[in-house]
Design a protein. Structure first.
Length: 257
């Protein structure tokens, strides 16, 4: 164990983090699928609601390409808190309790403060990314903002705006990596244990540091499946979001002792 992380564990009283193989994310998906199958009604209820909210968000931003791209990125940023009800379904299912949509919401009431604080952190990150996105457009994009119908082709794929594309992708990747590292197991931990948001975020960061290969694969899977959901005009999100939510619970349970 590296000395800085040893000090981090002692200072924040972090749980021990297991070191897992790179193939474990595939097993988390399998376990998530089983949770969804066993609690289909409650899980799909969250899928429908989150997909509908995502569709409304993207529809609102459709006339502003910079805002549309920020909204897509933002969907990843707020995902950990948006999936809190799915974590609660998996938690109750793990304990052998029958789970309903309303029952999962009631189960979250005892964690409302922690979820609200962490949600505020993610909301700040989302607002910050929207502002950064606007600044990048102003600084690096020297053409007219294209219609959304051909925006990605004319801007990201044409090769005519390489400084803008490079800056946008680099800054976005840095922000996404930081938020992923701090949140990937934090919200399930807030639901499962009596910890503050700083401890939960530091434990999540520790889990990523101990398992860089497995967590990189897990991040790629999340991005890939959510991209499929966007490509299907949010219809696929009805299934993919519950699947990822339940799988994220199993990721947390395996990584944290």
């Amino acid at each position: 164990m590296d000395k800085p992380f040893e000090t981090l564990e002692q200072h924040f009283h972090l749980p021990h983090v297991r070191e897992v193989g790179i193939d474990r994310p595939l097993l988390w998906l399998r376990a998530g699928w089983e949770d969804m199958r066993e609690n289909l009604g409650a899980s799909l209820s969250y899928g429908v609601i989150l997909a509908a909210l995502g569709y409304l968000l993207l529809s609102y931003a459709a006339g502003l390409p910079y805002l549309f791209t920020a909204a897509i990125s933002g969907f990843f940023l707020i995902g950990p808190v948006a999936a809190a009800g799915l974590y609660e379904i998996s938690r109750q299912h793990e304990q052998g309790h029958p789970v309903s949509f309303l029952g999962s919401l009631r189960g979250l009431r005892g964690h409302a403060d922690g979820l609200a604080y962490f949600g505020a952190f993610l909301a700040i990150a989302l607002i910050g990314w929207e502002r950064i996105s606007a600044v990048l457009f102003a600084l690096f994009y020297d053409g007219n903002v294209a219609d959304l119908s051909n925006f990605f082709r004319s801007v990201f794929l044409s090769g005519e705006h390489l400084p803008f594309v490079a800056a946008y992708l680099v800054v976005g990747a840095i922000l996404a990596t930081v938020v992923f590292a701090l949140s990937v197991t934090a919200v399930p931990m807030l639901i499962d244990r009596k910890v503050d948001i700083v401890t939960a975020a530091m434990a999540s960061l520790r889990a990523v540091a101990v398992n860089p290969a497995a967590m990189a694969l897990w991040a790629a899977i999340i991005v890939g499946l959510v991209a499929v959901g966007f490509a299907t005009m949010m219809v696929g999100m009805v299934i993919l979001l519950p699947l990822l939510g339940h799988a994220s619970w199993h990721a947390y349970r395996e990584l944290m002792r």
